[in-house]
Ligand binder design. Structure first.
Ligand SMILES: [Zn+2]
Length: 544
């Protein structure tokens, strides 16, 4: 897309109205970068055709981009990076780079063909000067990014929270930025989030009130804060925390950055080596397994059924097959320490785990949830905005972008749609990268002028830009509303009704709209030289 000199354009490819799957593009005349390239959370539930389409779109976005900035290593932010052309430059924090390395050993190795650059502080990519700011999130090494470009300062929050152990980091975020892309995962959920200390206390209660059981806790191996809370609860209840090699490795990395994080040398931590998983690992990287074993206490899995009250195991549904060889006759308490939606996913390993639980009603004491979100609650979002003082807020990673204006009445919220290209000089000017049918214009317009129940939109000229003429009706009166917005859509001579039931719109309004469209279509076609861009045309039109 051609960008005017000194202008910056942005597109949220995905994430303006959904949680996860983030991908944002920033472009100047000379450079184009992507921020995150995430897999939609419901990807696995889609049919093959939709999945292919998701991948093809990512390939298009990643093609010829100067760099990708990855905020953290969660699949809904990095999961489509494997669609990037070989050698694509990817900027991450040092911690994320390390996680990518170990994850490569356990699965797909992105570091093999991508050009990964850990950012210490600030980096320059063509027009963009980019600074990373560490933030608290449920992923190790998560960060926000500040983009300084063509005289504008743009802050991308990434996933962020204030109720974790490092919540105070938000105070380091830059202030008085022009734009803030702010995540809003917890909008609409209306709960104040518990702290990790409260979670630790809940674990203690859970282990103490079921003293003769073996406790299995499902939590992400990357959620270091949570593993620390779990470890502390184990120490307080005289139990040993057993972790698998992947979690052990993540802890080892985190321990190098912060000594207070337990590692294989900590007194109440042991590593268990699930049989098939370990064999698979040895095949991939024998040395890694040997390194992990050195100086570690190996958890004797045959002791699990003998002394269940001695252990808490950090596990993932994938490991249950291995574990059940030892614990199929042992009393267990299962605790989910993950986002509730993961438990509901239709994945084979989760279904297998559920079947395993169903099979053992006499052995299962409890299935409980002990969790707090990796994302800011409403009060925390307000604190972030109060600190950052942005000129404009752009909601992202949320199902409730419409709540932002209520939440930030004093701030200018710019609610945008996916796949629409906005100018940062004047975000009221936008172009669609999609066909008109795909563009959720009705939603956008209803939000801009919420008093109107119906919108009749008419469109009058084609590429390189089309300016929509919009007719609005509130059932009693009709209004014309023009705005210097540009959309690349196909020429239409008939009014299109969106944002309501056509049958409820007064016939008079529709007739008027048709009249208007035909009139202006003729006028425009007469004056359009076929090349002038739509904005210039609109300006000329005013003179006509
Ligand atoms: Zn995340």
């Amino acid at each position: 897309m051609e960008v005017n000199q000194n202008n910056i354009e942005f597109i949220i490819h995905r994430g303006s109205h959904q949680i996860g799957g983030n991908c944002v593009e920033l472009a100047t005349r000379n450079a184009r970068i992507l921020i995150d390239c995430g897999l939609p959370l419901d990807y696995d539930e889609q049919d093959v055709e939709t999945q292919n389409e998701i991948r093809e779109n990512a390939q298009k976005w990643l093609q010829n981009c100067d760099a990708v900035f990855l905020s953290h290593y969660h699949a809904d932010h990095y999961g489509l990076l494997n669609e990037a052309p070989q050698g694509t430059k990817v900027y991450v924090t040092k911690e994320t780079a390390e996680l990518m390395k170990i994850s490569g050993m356990f699965g797909e190795d992105l570091t093999e063909y991508l050009d990964i650059h850990p950012i210490e502080d600030t980096v320059t990519v063509k027009d963009f000067r980019v600074t990373k700011f560490d933030v608290d999130h449920s992923a190790f090494g998560a960060c926000a990014f500040l983009f300084e470009v063509c005289g504008k300062r743009i802050l991308y929050s990434g996933d962020i929270r204030l109720h974790g152990k490092k919540g105070v980091l938000y105070k380091n975020l830059p202030q008085n930025v022009d734009f803030l892309f702010l995540e809003g995962t917890n909008l609409g959920r209306g709960v104040r989030q518990k702290t990790e200390t409260a979670i630790e206390n809940e674990f203690v209660k859970q282990f103490s009130s079921n003293p003769d059981s073996l406790h299995l806790v499902w939590c992400s191996s990357q959620n270091i804060d949570r593993i620390v809370a779990l470890y502390r609860a184990c120490v307080r209840t005289n139990r040993v925390l057993g972790v698998d090699p992947y979690a052990a490795y993540a802890l080892e990395l985190a321990h190098q950055n912060r000594e207070s994080i337990p590692n294989k040398k900590s007194p109440s931590l042991e590593i268990y080596f699930p049989w098939s998983f370990t064999n698979w690992m040895i095949e991939k990287d024998r040395q890694l397994v040997l390194d992990l074993r050195r100086g570690a206490i190996k958890l004797d899995q045959t002791d699990l059924p003998v002394n269940p009250s001695k252990y808490v195991l950090l596990y993932r549904p994938k490991l249950i097959g291995d574990l059940s060889r030892y614990i199929s006759k042992t009393k267990v308490c299962l605790t989910n320490s993950i986002w509730a939606q993961y438990w509901e996913q239709d994945k084979s390993e989760i279904n297998r785990l559920k079947a395993w639980i169903e099979d053992k009603p006499e052995l299962r004491q409890k299935l409980s949830d002990i969790h707090t979100s990796g994302h800011a609650d409403v009060a925390s979002l307000q604190k972030i905005v109060e600190h950052v003082q942005p000129k404009r807020i752009i909601p992202i990673h949320t199902e409730h972008s419409e709540s932002f204006s209520t939440l930030f009445p004093k701030d200018t919220v710019l609610e945008v749609a996916d796949e629409v290209c906005y100018s940062m000089d004047d975000p009221t000017i936008w172009k669609s990268t999609q066909s008109f049918e795909d563009l959720d214009l009705g939603f956008y317009m209803t939000h801009v002028i919420p008093d109107f129940e119906h919108i009749v939109i008419t469109v009058f000229f084609k590429n390189p830009g089309v300016s929509p003429r919009i007719m609005l009706t509130n059932n009693t009166k009709w209004y014309e509303w023009t705005d210097e917005r540009t959309v690349s859509i196909t020429l239409s001579k008939t009014p299109v009704v969106i944002g309501g039931d056509e049958s409820e719109i007064p016939a008079e309004a529709i007739e008027k709209a048709k009249e208007w469209v035909v009139l202006n279509y003729e006028v425009l076609m007469k004056h359009w030289d076929g090349e002038t861009d739509s904005l210039t045309m609109l300006k000329n039109l005013k003179k006509i």
